[in-house]
Ligand binder design. Structure first.
Ligand code: FMN
Length: 236
């Protein structure tokens, strides 16, 4: 699957003289990204260990976000009864119940100013923090976010969720844990089943994680991606 990508990387590595150890890591990452696929059928008997779940959470925690604000929360659901309810409002997609855990990325619907404050309180504690500069930056950030039109703010916060989701997918691939990014679910029904509105949250995107079933035919399909010549435009 996708073996040609490797040759392209080798060429650019030779050109830019990437140290061999880093090159090996990059090759491993590409190999793992080739290995991963949007898993349609999980083995319900194989659970992801608590230690690995902790590492996946750490990867999500380290994800980039706009201004570093992390205006989202992530639910990690194991409970089979809750997941049965969620499957009913996810077009009956079986990954919801067959996977080991379900990550639900949620945007804040209110109190986003508190979310900004949380970040700045952390920033104030960092060595060498300049209180005057930070106070002014804090106010500007609050004005910027509160000044956004509501739909734009929601869409902006959702982008951060998708970015964190992407970090989760990469971390899963690195640990050889299977995953499926999903937006095929009824967001408002998720909000009510999970009591998200009361928590000031909205479901945005979900990722079941676990281990693929041997019977999942999707894993045997060739990965389809546009080539670099199509995807990238090099400007002189
Ligand atoms: C944002 C997003 C939403 C997706 N929603 C679903 C979904 O609801 N159900 C599903 O089976 N796959 C879903 N997918 C998986 C894509 O169909 C899959 O990633 C794509 O076909 C590429 O295949 P690959 O990831 O296996 O390489 C989603 C992917 C993304 C990125």
């Amino acid at each position: 699957m996708g073996k040609t990508t490797h040759a392209v990387v080798m060429t650019s590595c030779a050109r830019f003289l990437i140290p061999i150890e880093n090159h090996k890591k990059l090759m491993k990452l590409l190999e793992n990204l080739n290995w991963r696929y949007a898993t349609k059928s999980f083995n319900p008997d194989k659970k992801v260990s608590a230690e690995h779940i902790k590492s996946l959470k750490e990867a999500v925690r380290l994800s980039a976000s706009s201004y570093g604000l992390q205006l989202y929360r992530v639910l990690v659901i194991e409970n089979p009864d809750v997941r049965s309810e969620l499957r009913k409002v996810s077009y009956d997609q079986k990954q919801i119940t067959e996977a080991s855990h379900l990550f639900v990325f949620c945007t804040l619907t209110e109190r986003f100013e508190e979310g900004i404050d949380e970040y700045f309180h952390l920033l104030f504690q960092t060595p060498g923090a300049n209180k005057n500069e930070l106070n002014s930056y804090w106010n500007t950030t609050k004005l910027m976010v509160s000044g956004m039109e509501e739909t734009n703010r929601k869409s902006w916060m959702e982008k951060q969720c998708y970015l964190a989701m992407s970090t989760l997918l990469m971390a899963c691939a690195e640990l050889k844990i299977d995953a499926c990014p999903m937006e095929g679910f009824e967001k408002e029904r998720y909000d009510s089943i999970l009591g998200l509105r009361e928590k000031g949250l909205n479901a945005s995107v979900i990722v079941p994680v676990g281990y693929r079933s041997d019977f999942d035919q999707t894993q045997y399909r060739v990965k389809v991606r546009k080539d670099q010549e199509t995807l990238f435009i090099s400007l002189p």
